[in-house]
Design a protein around this ligand. Structure first.
Ligand code: NDP
Ligand code: BG6
Length: 555
């Protein structure tokens, strides 16, 4: 293991890789990165991965060698001897500057890998159709697309065929042209074939002299046992530091900003505890159903699809103690501690629902079970609300309420922090304002229309003394002119840069499953029937009763 100080990195003037034993010592201009999208013909690849790769390319984050600032720390090490060789290279000190990218690869190539037969030209055609993203209104977009496509190649093969991956390896070597090679496999395939693909890729197509990393998409198992089995199998072929378990909510701008808000503003952290916070709400809602993904969804349901990962990750970042530093391991250590301090959920803490058909304004909206890929009579929840508790000194007794649902009345993701009442509030006493109006609320709107606002009580201007509730509002669109990058852009860039802060470590995953597995088993064993709610509504009424038990009104 070799580690250089930032000063040494500065002295080098630019970064270089440290080769594993027996390989040449390449410099950055010689390094290549190959990004292999396994399952390239699928929905996720088209919807998210290619647009994100293209946006990075457009922003000059992939192909150009840019001046590396002193903030980069060189950190290279090689783990030899098993499956993939692992060489973790550069990463940037998080939070130093929004403009620091690990843009060090002059040569990058994208490979599509799937069973479908396609030529390179057909693949490029397919990719080009996906490249409508935040970039496509920009200048030179067409030229940039053409340049990007020349870097894209396709390889058709089975996911469990060593031979196919050997052939892929040959193709990659040809393009790497003897340079120092780094390979990032993105497993955009159904989970039942993860292990086959990892086995074949690790044995037949891992890099000989650079790093090899694998991005694994959720779901990471269905419960504690299956998740542990998946981790165990992955670790037959990969070291933990080669596995990048993605939760794209961690790549969302306002989720990343949570720690900045907490730890770099004096005013929030002192209030961040049971002493001042009455309850916290994590809300996810979509105004469409499972359209097209019913087959996948029915096997998982909303608790596994959204709560156990996206909302729980937000909760962990929200509630963790101050990490020792901004290093990935320090942050992930704190997240694990919070998760392990939480009470596993029971049936009593949860309300589940499923959407039914609904007709509105002459339009009819289908029920969940109308989806042809969903079995008739399915009891899979498309909505859930839950009350969670963290049994530590900071959060003892504070309800963390989660709500997640499909086919609701709006699309949003937000965190709501409701503060306690002002003790002996003069204005309640003298003006008779109702208590609820006197309570502050901090809202972090993750999407859409990103914003952070604080609801305060304020005097209405004028000669009298009347109070109203107003917002101190940080509205991103008004404050920042630059558009917000997609979460997948940030996460891909981090994976290429070897930055693990926004990826899930295996002990975090275990802790997350420990919280939800008993509940999920009970729901399934007892065949609990979800409460119905009409497509496009606010969800089942039971969610309001659940919140009311803790004196909470949903925001
Ligand atoms: P798809 O179902 O579209 O599958 C991706 C590709 O895998 C297909 O194009 C197909 O390629 C191959 N494939 C599909 N089923 C099988 C099978 N039974 N056996 C072998 N190969 C198969 O998946 P998505 O693109 O929707 O998702 C990919 C991964 O990302 C999954 O793990 C999913 O859970 C996860 N995910 C997806 C999200 C989304 O929005 N789509 C969001 C978050 C996570 P071919 O036949 O050409 O080999
Ligand atoms: C995915 C879920 O992880 O997140 C989907 O599997 C959901 O069901 C999606 O629609 C929501 O992501 P976003 O970024 O559109 O809010």
């Amino acid at each position: 293991v070799e580690e250089d100080s930032p000063l040494q990195a500065l002295q080098y003037g630019s970064l270089s890789f440290t080769a594993s034993k027996g390989t040449k010592d390449p410099n950055e201009n010689d390094a290549t990165v190959s990004i292999i999208v396994v399952g390239t013909s699928g929905d996720l690849a088209k919807k998210k991965i290619f647009p994100a790769l293209f946006a990075l390319f457009y922003e000059d984050c992939l192909p150009e060698v840019r001046k590396i600032s002193s903030f980069f720390i060189r950190k290279s090490y090689a783990i030899l001897g098993s499956g993939f060789s692992s060489l973790s290279s550069i990463y940037f000190v998080p939070g130093r500057s929004s403009d620091i990218f690990p843009c060090v690869f002059q040569h990058f190539t994208v490979y599509g890998y799937a069973r479908s037969k396609m030529t390179d030209a057909e693949f490029r055609n397919m990719v080009s159709e996906t490249l409508t993203c935040r970039i496509d209104k920009r200048v030179n977009c067409v030229e940039k697309i053409d340049q990007f496509l020349t870097r894209c190649f396709y390889h058709s093969g089975q996911y469990d065929s060593m031979q196919s991956f050997v052939e892929l390896d040959k193709k990659m070597k040809h393009h790497e042209d003897g340079r120092f090679s780094n390979r990032l496999f993105y497993l955009s395939i159904p989970p039942n074939i993860f292990i086959d693909a990892v086995r074949c890729a690790s044995m037949s197509a891992s890099s000989g002299n650079g790093w090899t990393r694998v991005i694994v998409e959720k779901p990471f198992g269905r419960d504690s046992e299956l998740s542990a089995a998946l981790t165990k199998s992955l670790k037959l072929y990969l070291e933990e530091d080669q596995i990048f378990r993605i939760d794209h909510y961690l790549g969302k701008e306002l989720v990343e900003n949570l720690s900045v808000l907490r730890f770099s503003n004096l005013i929030f952290e002192p209030l961040w505890s049971r002493q001042y916070i009455r309850n916290v709400q994590m809300i996810f809602s979509e105004d469409f159903g499972t359209e097209g993904r019913g087959g996948y969804f029915d096997n998982y349901g909303i608790i596994r699809d959204i709560m156990q990962n996206h909302l729980l990750q937000i909760l962990a970042l929200f509630a963790m103690e101050t990490p020792v530093s901004l290093d990935a391991e320090d942050i992930r250590n704190e997240k694990v501690k919070v998760l392990r301090s939480m009470r596993p959920l029971t049936l009593d803490d949860v309300v589940i629902g499923q959407y039914k058909s609904h007709t509105k304004g002459g339009m009819s909206f289908p029920a969940y079970t109308d989806d042809k890929t969903v079995p008739k009579g399915s009891l899979t929840p498309t909505f859930a609300a839950a009350a969670l508790f963290i049994d530590n000194s900071r959060w003892d007794g504070v309800p963390f309420l989660m709500k997640a649902g499909k086919a609701l009345h709006n699309k949003k993701a937000e965190i709501r922090v409701q503060f306690r009442h002002v003790p002996g509030n003069l204005y309640n006493r003298n003006l008779g304002t109702d208590l609820d109006r006197a309570t502050n609320e901090l809202v972090i709107r993750v999407q859409p229309d990103e914003a952070i606002y604080l609801k305060i009580n304020n005097k209405v201007p004028g000669l009298g003394m009347r109070l109203d509730r107003s917002k101190l509002n940080l509205h991103y669109a008004a404050r920042y002119s630059k558009e917000i990058p997609d979460a997948y852009e940030r996460l891909l860039l981090d994976a290429i840069g070897g930055e693990r802060r926004l990826f899930i470590r295996s002990d975090e995953l275990d802790a997350a499953w420990t919280l939800f597995t008993p509940l999920l088993k009970e729901l399934e064993e007892k065949k609990i029937t979800p409460e119905c709610y009409p497509y496009g509504s606010r969800g089942p009424v039971g969610a309001h009763y659940l919140a009311a038990r803790y004196n909470v009104r949903w925001g």
